[in-house]
Design a protein around this ligand. Structure first.
Ligand code: GTP
Ligand code: MG
Length: 368
Protein backbone atom coordinates (compact mmCIF):
# COMPACT_ATOMS: atom_id res chain seq x y z
CA UNK A 1 0.00 0.00 0.00
CA UNK A 2 1.40 3.36 -1.02
CA UNK A 3 1.31 6.17 1.52
CA UNK A 4 2.82 9.56 2.31
CA UNK A 5 3.07 11.55 5.51
CA UNK A 6 1.12 14.80 5.89
CA UNK A 7 4.38 16.72 6.36
CA UNK A 8 5.96 15.27 3.20
CA UNK A 9 2.88 16.06 1.18
CA UNK A 10 2.80 19.60 2.54
CA UNK A 11 6.43 20.10 1.46
CA UNK A 12 5.76 18.68 -1.99
CA UNK A 13 2.72 20.92 -2.46
CA UNK A 14 4.14 24.01 -0.81
CA UNK A 15 1.06 24.17 1.43
CA UNK A 16 1.25 24.46 5.21
CA UNK A 17 0.71 21.18 7.01
CA UNK A 18 -1.80 22.84 9.31
CA UNK A 19 -3.90 23.78 6.25
CA UNK A 20 -3.82 20.16 5.09
CA UNK A 21 -4.84 18.94 8.55
CA UNK A 22 -7.68 21.47 8.64
CA UNK A 23 -8.88 20.27 5.24
CA UNK A 24 -8.80 16.69 6.44
CA UNK A 25 -10.78 17.60 9.55
CA UNK A 26 -13.40 19.33 7.42
CA UNK A 27 -13.70 16.07 5.50
CA UNK A 28 -14.18 14.26 8.80
CA UNK A 29 -10.68 12.79 9.05
CA UNK A 30 -8.40 13.31 11.97
CA UNK A 31 -4.70 13.45 11.16
CA UNK A 32 -1.45 14.51 12.78
CA UNK A 33 1.54 15.97 10.95
CA UNK A 34 3.53 12.72 10.91
CA UNK A 35 0.61 10.52 10.04
CA UNK A 36 0.74 8.44 6.88
CA UNK A 37 -2.19 8.94 4.56
CA UNK A 38 -3.09 6.68 1.63
CA UNK A 39 -2.89 7.56 -2.05
CA UNK A 40 -6.63 8.34 -2.34
CA UNK A 41 -6.56 10.76 0.59
CA UNK A 42 -3.44 12.43 -0.82
CA UNK A 43 -5.18 12.78 -4.17
CA UNK A 44 -8.19 14.35 -2.46
CA UNK A 45 -6.01 16.91 -0.65
CA UNK A 46 -4.03 17.69 -3.78
CA UNK A 47 -7.17 18.33 -5.79
CA UNK A 48 -8.52 20.58 -3.00
CA UNK A 49 -5.43 22.75 -3.52
CA UNK A 50 -5.48 22.58 -7.31
CA UNK A 51 -2.98 19.75 -7.90
CA UNK A 52 -3.40 16.40 -9.56
CA UNK A 53 -1.62 13.29 -8.29
CA UNK A 54 -0.02 10.83 -10.65
CA UNK A 55 0.41 7.34 -9.29
CA UNK A 56 3.83 6.03 -10.25
CA UNK A 57 3.79 2.34 -9.41
CA UNK A 58 6.24 -0.12 -10.90
CA UNK A 59 4.68 -2.49 -13.40
CA UNK A 60 6.95 -5.40 -14.28
CA UNK A 61 4.52 -6.17 -17.14
CA UNK A 62 5.62 -2.93 -18.74
CA UNK A 63 9.07 -4.45 -19.20
CA UNK A 64 8.10 -8.10 -19.54
CA UNK A 65 4.78 -8.06 -21.38
CA UNK A 66 2.49 -11.07 -21.52
CA UNK A 67 2.13 -11.64 -25.24
CA UNK A 68 -0.52 -13.87 -26.64
CA UNK A 69 0.94 -16.92 -28.40
CA UNK A 70 0.87 -16.77 -32.18
CA UNK A 71 -0.01 -20.37 -33.13
CA UNK A 72 1.29 -19.87 -36.65
CA UNK A 73 4.79 -19.22 -35.36
CA UNK A 74 5.10 -22.37 -33.26
CA UNK A 75 7.76 -24.83 -34.37
CA UNK A 76 8.82 -28.20 -32.99
CA UNK A 77 11.47 -28.00 -30.29
CA UNK A 78 13.68 -30.74 -28.81
CA UNK A 79 12.39 -32.59 -25.74
CA UNK A 80 13.99 -31.79 -22.40
CA UNK A 81 14.77 -35.03 -20.57
CA UNK A 82 15.91 -35.10 -16.95
CA UNK A 83 17.88 -38.11 -15.80
CA UNK A 84 17.12 -38.93 -12.16
CA UNK A 85 17.75 -41.71 -9.68
CA UNK A 86 19.67 -42.95 -6.67
CA UNK A 87 23.35 -42.16 -6.20
CA UNK A 88 25.74 -44.30 -8.29
CA UNK A 89 23.00 -46.01 -10.27
CA UNK A 90 24.71 -44.82 -13.45
CA UNK A 91 22.93 -41.63 -14.58
CA UNK A 92 26.06 -39.83 -15.72
CA UNK A 93 27.51 -43.02 -17.25
CA UNK A 94 24.31 -43.52 -19.19
CA UNK A 95 24.48 -39.98 -20.51
CA UNK A 96 28.13 -40.50 -21.38
CA UNK A 97 27.19 -43.56 -23.34
CA UNK A 98 24.55 -41.52 -25.13
CA UNK A 99 26.99 -38.68 -25.78
CA UNK A 100 29.97 -40.98 -26.40
CA UNK A 101 31.95 -38.72 -24.10
CA UNK A 102 33.31 -39.33 -20.66
CA UNK A 103 32.19 -36.77 -18.12
CA UNK A 104 31.80 -39.19 -15.19
CA UNK A 105 35.50 -40.05 -15.34
CA UNK A 106 36.39 -36.40 -14.78
CA UNK A 107 34.07 -35.78 -11.81
CA UNK A 108 35.32 -35.37 -8.25
CA UNK A 109 34.93 -38.80 -6.69
CA UNK A 110 32.54 -39.78 -9.46
CA UNK A 111 29.66 -38.07 -7.67
CA UNK A 112 27.63 -35.52 -9.59
CA UNK A 113 27.26 -32.29 -7.62
CA UNK A 114 25.55 -30.10 -10.16
CA UNK A 115 23.08 -30.27 -12.98
CA UNK A 116 24.69 -30.91 -16.30
CA UNK A 117 22.83 -29.83 -19.41
CA UNK A 118 23.58 -31.31 -22.81
CA UNK A 119 22.05 -31.22 -26.22
CA UNK A 120 22.63 -34.52 -27.98
CA UNK A 121 22.15 -35.11 -31.67
CA UNK A 122 20.55 -38.53 -32.09
CA UNK A 123 19.37 -40.31 -35.20
CA UNK A 124 15.88 -39.30 -34.01
CA UNK A 125 16.77 -35.62 -33.80
CA UNK A 126 18.12 -33.40 -31.03
CA UNK A 127 17.36 -34.23 -27.37
CA UNK A 128 18.26 -32.04 -24.41
CA UNK A 129 19.39 -33.97 -21.34
CA UNK A 130 19.69 -32.68 -17.80
CA UNK A 131 21.87 -34.84 -15.56
CA UNK A 132 20.98 -34.50 -11.86
CA UNK A 133 22.91 -35.66 -8.81
CA UNK A 134 21.65 -38.76 -7.00
CA UNK A 135 23.24 -37.97 -3.65
CA UNK A 136 20.63 -37.35 -0.94
CA UNK A 137 22.01 -33.85 -0.30
CA UNK A 138 20.74 -32.58 -3.64
CA UNK A 139 16.96 -32.83 -3.32
CA UNK A 140 16.41 -29.24 -4.49
CA UNK A 141 18.43 -29.80 -7.66
CA UNK A 142 16.45 -32.91 -8.50
CA UNK A 143 13.25 -31.01 -7.89
CA UNK A 144 14.28 -28.22 -10.26
CA UNK A 145 15.25 -30.84 -12.81
CA UNK A 146 11.82 -32.46 -12.57
CA UNK A 147 10.05 -29.15 -12.90
CA UNK A 148 11.60 -27.89 -16.12
CA UNK A 149 11.46 -31.16 -17.99
CA UNK A 150 9.18 -32.87 -20.50
CA UNK A 151 10.23 -36.38 -19.52
CA UNK A 152 12.06 -38.09 -16.70
CA UNK A 153 14.36 -41.02 -17.30
CA UNK A 154 14.52 -42.82 -13.97
CA UNK A 155 17.73 -44.80 -13.70
CA UNK A 156 17.60 -47.81 -11.39
CA UNK A 157 20.63 -50.10 -11.04
CA UNK A 158 19.55 -53.68 -11.62
CA UNK A 159 21.92 -54.97 -8.94
CA UNK A 160 20.83 -52.48 -6.29
CA UNK A 161 17.13 -52.01 -6.94
CA UNK A 162 14.79 -49.28 -5.70
CA UNK A 163 16.54 -47.06 -3.14
CA UNK A 164 15.58 -43.88 -1.18
CA UNK A 165 16.45 -41.38 -3.93
CA UNK A 166 14.74 -43.60 -6.51
CA UNK A 167 11.55 -43.14 -4.50
CA UNK A 168 12.17 -39.43 -4.04
CA UNK A 169 12.69 -39.03 -7.79
CA UNK A 170 9.42 -40.83 -8.53
CA UNK A 171 7.59 -38.51 -6.14
CA UNK A 172 9.14 -35.40 -7.69
CA UNK A 173 8.36 -36.50 -11.24
CA UNK A 174 4.78 -37.27 -10.24
CA UNK A 175 4.41 -33.93 -8.45
CA UNK A 176 5.61 -32.20 -11.62
CA UNK A 177 3.17 -34.36 -13.68
CA UNK A 178 5.96 -35.61 -15.91
CA UNK A 179 5.97 -39.00 -17.62
CA UNK A 180 8.56 -41.41 -16.24
CA UNK A 181 10.54 -43.73 -18.45
CA UNK A 182 12.54 -46.32 -16.49
CA UNK A 183 16.04 -47.34 -17.51
CA UNK A 184 17.06 -50.45 -15.58
CA UNK A 185 20.82 -50.01 -15.73
CA UNK A 186 23.87 -52.23 -15.15
CA UNK A 187 22.22 -55.32 -16.59
CA UNK A 188 25.72 -56.44 -17.63
CA UNK A 189 26.50 -57.11 -13.97
CA UNK A 190 26.38 -60.75 -12.78
CA UNK A 191 23.96 -60.01 -9.92
CA UNK A 192 21.56 -57.97 -12.07
CA UNK A 193 17.87 -58.84 -11.63
CA UNK A 194 15.76 -56.49 -13.79
CA UNK A 195 12.54 -58.35 -12.92
CA UNK A 196 13.05 -57.62 -9.25
CA UNK A 197 13.36 -53.90 -10.04
CA UNK A 198 10.13 -54.06 -12.06
CA UNK A 199 8.44 -55.81 -9.16
CA UNK A 200 9.68 -53.18 -6.70
CA UNK A 201 8.49 -50.32 -8.90
CA UNK A 202 4.94 -51.73 -8.86
CA UNK A 203 4.71 -50.50 -5.29
CA UNK A 204 5.06 -46.95 -6.61
CA UNK A 205 2.39 -47.35 -9.27
CA UNK A 206 4.88 -47.82 -12.06
CA UNK A 207 3.74 -50.93 -13.91
CA UNK A 208 5.67 -52.00 -17.01
CA UNK A 209 3.89 -52.29 -20.34
CA UNK A 210 4.78 -55.97 -20.57
CA UNK A 211 2.72 -56.50 -17.38
CA UNK A 212 -0.27 -54.53 -18.62
CA UNK A 213 0.83 -51.18 -17.25
CA UNK A 214 1.70 -47.93 -18.99
CA UNK A 215 5.33 -47.39 -17.98
CA UNK A 216 8.12 -48.10 -20.39
CA UNK A 217 10.91 -50.00 -18.64
CA UNK A 218 14.05 -50.79 -20.57
CA UNK A 219 16.99 -52.95 -19.53
CA UNK A 220 20.17 -51.04 -20.39
CA UNK A 221 23.86 -51.02 -19.72
CA UNK A 222 25.92 -47.86 -19.80
CA UNK A 223 28.98 -50.09 -19.95
CA UNK A 224 28.11 -52.32 -22.91
CA UNK A 225 25.68 -49.76 -24.43
CA UNK A 226 23.01 -52.45 -24.61
CA UNK A 227 19.52 -50.94 -24.82
CA UNK A 228 20.66 -47.38 -25.53
CA UNK A 229 19.33 -47.11 -29.09
CA UNK A 230 15.96 -48.36 -27.78
CA UNK A 231 16.02 -45.81 -24.96
CA UNK A 232 16.58 -42.97 -27.46
CA UNK A 233 13.86 -44.38 -29.68
CA UNK A 234 11.33 -44.33 -26.82
CA UNK A 235 12.32 -40.80 -25.81
CA UNK A 236 11.81 -39.62 -29.37
CA UNK A 237 8.45 -41.41 -29.58
CA UNK A 238 7.28 -39.92 -26.31
CA UNK A 239 8.39 -36.46 -27.46
CA UNK A 240 6.36 -36.86 -30.63
CA UNK A 241 3.27 -37.70 -28.57
CA UNK A 242 3.77 -34.55 -26.50
CA UNK A 243 3.94 -32.34 -29.63
CA UNK A 244 6.47 -29.99 -28.10
CA UNK A 245 6.44 -26.61 -29.78
CA UNK A 246 7.68 -23.11 -29.11
CA UNK A 247 7.87 -19.76 -30.86
CA UNK A 248 11.50 -18.89 -31.71
CA UNK A 249 10.56 -15.44 -33.03
CA UNK A 250 10.22 -13.53 -29.80
CA UNK A 251 12.35 -12.25 -26.95
CA UNK A 252 13.78 -15.26 -25.15
CA UNK A 253 12.47 -16.67 -21.88
CA UNK A 254 13.65 -19.64 -19.93
CA UNK A 255 15.02 -20.89 -16.66
CA UNK A 256 18.39 -20.87 -14.89
CA UNK A 257 19.54 -24.48 -14.50
CA UNK A 258 22.59 -23.66 -12.46
CA UNK A 259 24.94 -20.75 -11.84
CA UNK A 260 28.34 -20.15 -10.37
CA UNK A 261 31.14 -17.62 -10.13
CA UNK A 262 34.13 -18.65 -12.21
CA UNK A 263 37.60 -17.22 -11.93
CA UNK A 264 38.34 -15.09 -14.97
CA UNK A 265 34.85 -15.51 -16.42
CA UNK A 266 32.69 -13.94 -13.74
CA UNK A 267 29.15 -15.13 -13.14
CA UNK A 268 28.33 -18.09 -15.39
CA UNK A 269 24.74 -19.26 -15.75
CA UNK A 270 23.60 -22.43 -17.46
CA UNK A 271 20.16 -21.63 -18.79
CA UNK A 272 17.51 -23.53 -20.68
CA UNK A 273 15.84 -21.46 -23.38
CA UNK A 274 12.11 -22.27 -23.33
CA UNK A 275 10.69 -19.65 -25.69
CA UNK A 276 12.10 -17.24 -28.22
CA UNK A 277 15.71 -17.12 -29.38
CA UNK A 278 18.50 -16.01 -27.05
CA UNK A 279 21.22 -13.99 -28.78
CA UNK A 280 24.53 -12.49 -27.78
CA UNK A 281 23.99 -8.83 -27.00
CA UNK A 282 20.52 -9.47 -25.58
CA UNK A 283 19.60 -7.68 -22.36
CA UNK A 284 18.58 -10.25 -19.81
CA UNK A 285 17.10 -10.13 -16.32
CA UNK A 286 16.78 -13.00 -13.87
CA UNK A 287 15.71 -12.41 -10.29
CA UNK A 288 17.69 -9.42 -9.08
CA UNK A 289 20.55 -9.94 -11.56
CA UNK A 290 20.79 -8.52 -15.05
CA UNK A 291 23.19 -7.93 -17.85
CA UNK A 292 23.96 -8.07 -21.51
CA UNK A 293 24.76 -11.52 -22.90
CA UNK A 294 28.48 -11.17 -23.56
CA UNK A 295 29.11 -14.69 -24.82
CA UNK A 296 27.37 -18.05 -24.95
CA UNK A 297 28.91 -21.53 -24.94
CA UNK A 298 27.35 -24.86 -25.76
CA UNK A 299 28.11 -28.09 -23.85
CA UNK A 300 31.22 -28.63 -25.96
CA UNK A 301 32.61 -25.21 -25.03
CA UNK A 302 31.98 -23.79 -28.50
CA UNK A 303 30.80 -20.19 -28.81
CA UNK A 304 27.29 -19.79 -30.16
CA UNK A 305 25.51 -16.63 -31.25
CA UNK A 306 21.86 -17.74 -31.08
CA UNK A 307 20.05 -20.40 -29.07
CA UNK A 308 16.62 -21.78 -29.97
CA UNK A 309 13.88 -23.03 -27.61
CA UNK A 310 14.62 -26.38 -25.98
CA UNK A 311 18.40 -25.88 -25.94
CA UNK A 312 20.68 -25.27 -22.96
CA UNK A 313 23.57 -22.82 -23.03
CA UNK A 314 26.11 -21.18 -20.74
CA UNK A 315 25.70 -17.43 -20.50
CA UNK A 316 28.38 -14.88 -19.57
CA UNK A 317 27.85 -11.22 -18.80
CA UNK A 318 25.50 -11.08 -15.80
CA UNK A 319 25.88 -8.59 -12.94
CA UNK A 320 26.02 -11.38 -10.37
CA UNK A 321 25.34 -15.06 -9.83
CA UNK A 322 21.62 -15.69 -10.37
CA UNK A 323 19.55 -18.17 -8.39
CA UNK A 324 19.16 -21.60 -9.94
CA UNK A 325 15.54 -22.31 -10.69
CA UNK A 326 14.71 -18.64 -11.39
CA UNK A 327 13.18 -17.65 -14.69
CA UNK A 328 15.03 -15.34 -17.03
CA UNK A 329 13.58 -12.86 -19.47
CA UNK A 330 15.10 -10.94 -22.32
CA UNK A 331 13.90 -7.33 -22.29
CA UNK A 332 14.12 -4.34 -24.61
CA UNK A 333 17.48 -2.99 -23.47
CA UNK A 334 19.95 -3.07 -20.61
CA UNK A 335 18.31 -0.10 -18.92
CA UNK A 336 15.03 -1.98 -18.67
CA UNK A 337 16.84 -5.08 -17.40
CA UNK A 338 18.54 -3.00 -14.72
CA UNK A 339 15.29 -1.34 -13.67
CA UNK A 340 13.48 -4.67 -13.26
CA UNK A 341 16.43 -6.16 -11.37
CA UNK A 342 16.69 -3.16 -9.05
CA UNK A 343 12.96 -3.17 -8.44
CA UNK A 344 13.14 -6.84 -7.44
CA UNK A 345 16.17 -6.23 -5.22
CA UNK A 346 14.29 -3.39 -3.51
CA UNK A 347 11.23 -5.57 -2.99
CA UNK A 348 13.36 -8.34 -1.56
CA UNK A 349 14.97 -5.84 0.80
CA UNK A 350 11.58 -4.55 1.97
CA UNK A 351 10.36 -8.08 2.50
CA UNK A 352 13.41 -8.84 4.57
CA UNK A 353 12.91 -5.67 6.63
CA UNK A 354 9.30 -6.64 7.13
CA UNK A 355 10.23 -10.05 8.39
CA UNK A 356 12.86 -8.57 10.69
CA UNK A 357 10.24 -6.23 12.18
CA UNK A 358 7.81 -9.09 12.58
CA UNK A 359 10.46 -11.22 14.20
CA UNK A 360 11.27 -8.52 16.76
CA UNK A 361 7.57 -8.08 17.56
CA UNK A 362 7.17 -11.79 17.97
CA UNK A 363 10.24 -11.84 20.19
CA UNK A 364 8.65 -9.13 22.34
CA UNK A 365 5.45 -11.09 22.67
CA UNK A 366 7.37 -14.23 23.42
CA UNK A 367 9.19 -12.46 26.24
CA UNK A 368 6.08 -10.84 27.68
P1 GTP B 1 25.60 -39.70 -8.99
O1 GTP B 1 25.67 -38.66 -10.01
O2 GTP B 1 26.60 -39.48 -7.92
O3 GTP B 1 24.22 -39.87 -8.43
O4 GTP B 1 25.97 -41.09 -9.69
P2 GTP B 1 25.50 -41.57 -11.12
O5 GTP B 1 24.12 -42.13 -11.03
O6 GTP B 1 25.73 -40.54 -12.13
O7 GTP B 1 26.47 -42.83 -11.37
P3 GTP B 1 27.77 -42.86 -12.29
O8 GTP B 1 27.42 -42.75 -13.71
O9 GTP B 1 28.77 -41.94 -11.75
O10 GTP B 1 28.20 -44.39 -12.07
C1 GTP B 1 28.46 -44.94 -10.80
C2 GTP B 1 29.31 -46.19 -10.95
O11 GTP B 1 28.59 -47.20 -11.61
C3 GTP B 1 30.58 -45.96 -11.78
O12 GTP B 1 31.63 -46.69 -11.22
C4 GTP B 1 30.22 -46.53 -13.14
O13 GTP B 1 31.33 -47.01 -13.85
C5 GTP B 1 29.29 -47.68 -12.76
N1 GTP B 1 28.33 -48.00 -13.83
C6 GTP B 1 27.47 -47.13 -14.40
N2 GTP B 1 26.74 -47.76 -15.32
C7 GTP B 1 27.14 -49.04 -15.35
C8 GTP B 1 26.75 -50.20 -16.12
O14 GTP B 1 25.87 -50.16 -16.97
N3 GTP B 1 27.39 -51.34 -15.84
C9 GTP B 1 28.36 -51.44 -14.90
N4 GTP B 1 28.91 -52.62 -14.70
N5 GTP B 1 28.74 -50.39 -14.17
C10 GTP B 1 28.15 -49.19 -14.39
MG1 MG C 1 26.18 -38.56 -11.89
Amino acid sequence: EESISVSNLSQLMGVKASDLIRKLMQAGKMATINQLIDADTAAFLASEFGYTVEKKGFEVEEYIPEVEEDEAKLVTRPPVVTVMGHVDHGKTSLLDAIRQADVAAGEAGGITQHIGAYSVQTSKGPITFLDTPGHEAFTAMRQRGAQVTDLVVLVVAADDGVMPQTIESIKQAKAAKVTILVAINKIDKPGATPERVMQQLNEYELVPEQWGGTTIMLPVSARTKQGIPELLEYIALQAEVLELKANPEKLAKGVVIEAKLEKGRGPVATVLVQEGTLRTGDALVTGAEYGRVRAMMNERGEQVKAVSPGYPVEVLGLSGVPTAGDEFDVVEDEKAAKEVAEHRAEKARQKELGSVKKATLEDLFAKA
